[in-house]
Design a protein around this ligand. Sequence first.
Ligand code: SAM
Length: 238
Amino acid sequence: MSSTLSIIGTPIGNLEDITLRALKVLASSDLVLCEDTRMTKRLFDRHNIKVPTKSYHMHSKISRVDEIITLLKEGKHISLVSDAGTPGISDPGAELVSRIRKECAQEIMSGKLKIEAIPGPSALTSALSIAGVQCADFTFLGFLPHKKGRETLFKEITDSERTMVFYESPHRIMKTLDSLVEHFNSPKEFVARKVTICRELTKIFEEVVAGTAVEVKKYFEEHSDKVKGEFVVIVCRE
Ligand code: SAM
């Protein structure tokens, strides 16, 4: 008996940003694993998809993974989506896929279980595609740590020759801009870096703000109503 686990990219805001293949695969799945079933329901309602869903998140117990593996071994077609974008990119999807790859290594090797990618949007690639920065190569940092290792990362961002990209929340964006200003404008030297903030991609209030760290910080200080939503931060050489 063969089975498939489909890892499906879903919209990062605009519910129409989903591929025909993703819609087809979702509609034919026996079960769709979601980060938050309420978020996925909005997508399903928009596209009239009616298949059973179950939540899967960072704190899912081993028993939930065992349950998923049992279903796969029974030949069920399971799909995995996250709240937004590509599962596994800074969300709990990676952990599930890693555990299934480990625990079903034999089935995968023998071709009984296929883990397939149904590609779609990601905030990371969407931001890079419109920022107009060098991105032949870049470093993606995911979410910056809140405490331990945070200073080290800012040092790495400051010293890097490469374009650096990370995700940020509205609660921390001003703090992060403060740190960028501090690191790029130390009393000893000025580090020439361009900061690009891509906010609310694919949504009504989508915007890109670019400039020096000081300029970008000033912009958000003057437009405090825009310190909300979802952010991708890109730092590159000017
Ligand atoms: N898996 C997702 C992806 O492929 O982009 C990322 C999930 S991560 C938990 C969520 C973060 O992605 C947000 O905090 C924000 O930094 C970024 N993000 C997601 N949607 C976004 C959007 N529409 N505009 C800007 N950033 C977004």
